[in-house]
Design a protein around this ligand. Structure first.
Ligand code: HEC
Length: 134
């Protein structure tokens, strides 16, 4: 009986907290990243107040962007860093970072153009943790 319970629990474990099985198309992400400017992306993060939660929040309100370029590639199976970041912006509820609520505004897909999303992703992809500091 106990064993059966244990077995069921461990079988249920690997289900990812995902609401969608459709990762963003790699082509869409590649197009958004074409001619993207990290400098523009950094400015957009302030303009759209992403920084309020992600930078000023100090990691309590939302995950810090520091080192996100390194984490993004391994957050979701079969998703490149670019695809994961794209999904995180246009569909924030699809995957929740452990320890955080589904509190990110879900309307950025409407408020941002594809090009603006590209700029933001290009900037986030520059945020690696310097070698030896983690
Ligand atoms: C009201 C607060 C808030 C604002 C504003 C906000 N976010 Fe978020 N964001 C969150 C929270 C909370 C999470 C963690 C839950 C989740 O995974 O959706 C998150 C998750 C993310 C992640 C995944 C982080 C990781 O470590 O995997 C990315 C990327 C992201 N946000 C980008 C953005 C960008 C870009 C903007 C602005 C266009 C933005 N966010 C605006 C609250 C916010």
């Amino acid at each position: 009986m106990f064993l059966a319970l244990l077995l069921t629990a461990s079988l249920a474990e690997p289900v990812a907290p995902s609401l969608t099985d459709q990762p963003p198309d790699a082509t869409v992400v590649a197009v958004a990243l074409e001619a993207a400017s990290a400098t523009r992306g950094e400015a957009l993060i302030v303009e759209y107040a992403c920084s309020v939660c992600h930078i000023t929040g100090g990691g309590r309100v939302a995950p810090s962007f520091a080192g996100i370029a390194d984490r993004a590639a391994s957050r979701r199976l079969h998703m490149s860093a670019g695809q994961y970041l794209f999904e995180s912006i246009v569909q924030p509820g699809a995957y929740l970072v452990a320890g955080y609520a589904n509190a990110m505004p879900s309307n950025f897909a409407k408020r941002l153009s594809q090009a603006e999303i590209g700029h933001i992703i290009a900037y986030l992809l520059t945020l690696s943790v310097p070698e030896g500091s983690s």
